[in-house]
Design a protein around this ligand. Structure first.
Ligand SMILES: *Cc1c(COP(=O)(O)O)cnc(C)c1O
Length: 476
């Protein structure tokens, strides 16, 4: 194919380009229409540029490949989280365990009893055993599931406090991540915010004194992504509940969803809030519980029923993929199996292994990497006060360039730049991820040694040794 004719640029027809073998994998990943559009746009750019006088056929293919590769990066894909933030909102929060995912395949790839009560043969509720499982986990009478926890808060306010007053502490008027602000949600729901207390101290009396005949609710909000240190006082739930008039609802936006985990003893778990008298507690399904994105509201049966009857519930209810995953997770969690741990519990248990991981990398890549003690956080707006010691490696070289190179790996690796050094924090790297990470680092930094590497430190051996290390650590 010649792209010049009589010295004039004559680009091939787009359809011809689409037939070329280098395009095939792009079509498979991006769809024919998106590839066609990208090729057209690239041709338009070539025509418009001065360069077109010197362009070769090779340039053309390289240019198209470049454009399509950029598009490939936009597609949702697996990445390796080496940031040390275990629940990372930008990286999809909680990965679901592959075994759990397999468990719900059948129920999702066939028709199922989403809204059919099989024992009656009549229309049923779309939550399977989720409410019963949550009752076993938290002691709450009833529960419902919505699309995310922002939704839970909104639904609670809308269905139970519209046009009425809701009392919130000044210390809890928080913003979480991308623009979820408690005062804004309150305003949207039509509830009226009554602020009490100060940033660091809100007492039981502050709440009680603010109650009028128009008060629907006291809303306690977990501070989530920050902690106020020093002279602080937050309210004792039991004492508050005892002094609240019966018709004032005590609702708690607990956020993180701590339940049976043992790595954050300071955090009050959902069951405790319920036990101490909270009427409703809401939290995210994909933070510490480690399930799919969801908002869970549990608490008093009569209140949950009111929420379920809200016309907005139709807009907020999740689909069967979410519900089946959540149900499966809760069963595993109650049985205390590995599958039910959730990513944060699972990774925190593996933190002692990060030293071995880091040493393996240092041992193999020599001067290229340096083992470093680091700290991990759970993240995702949870446990702001908890740091967990762990290990990682700093990679020697220009930090920004390394960061780009690792993001360009077949399975992109996301590290952090810390004081001008590019570091991989291994606390958030799963066992599966570590094997891939190791191979990709080999390809980047020691391509000529690749065959040796496979022999000297095969994938199996890495995981085998780490497995043994885990046992030893567990025994000591
Ligand atoms: C995370 C969080 C939210 C928002 O939950 P999403 O599931 O992200 O919608 C609301 N409140 C608190 C206290 C949180 O921690």
């Amino acid at each position: 194919m010649n792209i010049y004719s009589n010295g004039r640029l004559r680009l091939p027809q787009v359809e011809q380009v689409l037939q070329r073998p280098f395009i095939t994998p792009f079509i498979a990943q991006l769809s024919r229409p998106l590839v066609t559009q990208a090729v057209r746009e690239y041709f338009a750019k070539v025509r418009a540029s001065q360069q077109s006088q010197t362009i070769t056929h090779f340039d053309l293919e390289a240019g198209i490949t470049r454009e399509l590769s950029k598009l490939m990066l936009v597609r949702q894909q697996r990445v390796i989280n080496a940031t040390g933030t275990i629940i990372h909102t930008n990286l999809g929060r909680s990965p679901i365990s592959p075994e759990l995912w397999d468990q719900v395949k059948d129920v999702n790839t066939h028709y199922n009893n989403l809204e059919l009560a099989l024992h009656k043969g009549k229309r049923g509720q779309r939550k399977g055993l989720i409410a019963e499982l949550l009752q076993a986990l938290t002691g709450a009478d009833n529960a419902l599931v919505v699309n995310n926890n922002a939704c839970s808060v909104y639904l609670i306010l809308l269905a139970l406090a519209q046009g009425k007053e809701v009392i919130v502490s000044r210390g809890e008027q928080i913003q979480i991540g991308g623009g979820f602000r408690i005062p804004d949600i309150l305003a949207m729901s039509g509830a009226k915010l009554v602020e009490v207390g100060t940033t660091n101290v809100t007492t039981c009396g502050d709440y009680i004194n603010a109650i009028t005949e128009n008060t629907a609710m006291v809303l306690l909000v977990h501070q989530s992504n920050f902690a106020i240190r020093g002279f602080t006082e937050s309210v004792d739930i039991k004492a508050l509940k005892a002094r609240l008039p019966e018709d004032v609802i005590l609702a708690v936006d607990q956020g993180s969803g701590v339940s049976t985990e043992d790595f954050c003893p300071e955090e009050k778990d959902i069951g405790r809030y319920i036990k101490q008298g909270a009427d409703l507690v809401c939290f995210s399904g994909d933070k510490i519980i480690g399930g799919p994105q969801a908002g869970i509201v549990c608490g008093r049966d009569d209140l949950v029923q009111i929420l379920e009857k809200s016309p907005m519930m139709r807009a907020f209810r999740p689909g069967r993929i979410i519900l089946s995953l959540l149900e499966a997770l809760l069963v595993e969690k109650l049985n205390r199996s590995d599958m039910g741990k959730g990513i944060s519990q699972a990774q925190i248990e593996r933190l002692p292994l990060t030293k071995r991981y880091a040493e393996k990398l240092a041992c193999y890549f020599g001067d290229k990497v340096e083992v470093q003690p680091m700290t991990a956080v759970v993240g995702g707006g949870t446990l702001p006060d908890c740091d967990y010691p762990c290990y990682g490696v700093a990679i020697v070289g220009e930090a920004k360039l390394l960061s780009e190179q690792l993001r360009a790996c077949p399975i992109p690796v996301i590290g952090v730049i810390n004081r001008d050094r590019f570091v991989l924090n291994l606390a958030s790297v799963t066992e599966d991820d570590f094997e891939v990470l190791f191979e990709q680092l080999c390809a980047l930094f020691a391509p000529e040694q690749q065959p040796v590497s496979q022999k000297a430190l095969s994938q199996e051996r890495v995981s085998q040794e780490l497995g043994q290390g885990k046992q030893q650590e567990g025994n000591s």
